[in-house]
Unconditional design. Sequence first.
Length: 140
Amino acid sequence: MAGLNKVMLIGHLGRDPELRYTSSGTPVCDFSVAVSRRYNTRDGQQQDETEWFRVTAWNKLAEICANYLTKGQQVYIEGRVKLDRWTGQDGQERSTLAVTAFEMQMLGSRRDQGVSDDTMEAAGAPAEAEETIDPDDLPF
């Protein structure tokens, strides 16, 4: 039986994406995503908790992430997760959650993202409708 390793994240970019290329010319993009949640403690106090994920995208997705994502932007990432462990220079064991992305969606409005409709259309994204349709105006 095959296993399943899938993670879905909605969070904000902690830094601008960094695009690089492997020696064979394959694009790779790295960035971090902060996922926060708010909950109430037993004594009724609100507590915030943030988890940080290192995200890596490859190939065409890497180029798209590098071109359109910026620090602070809200994003949806889907991929697989891996726990990376290493020993730091101080001898302490360290670990981080690393995600290899296979899908990305920018969240929020295009204006919030600083991306114009012309730029998105050039990238192959459909333009937003100029006017909204009232359901009462439909003939059926």
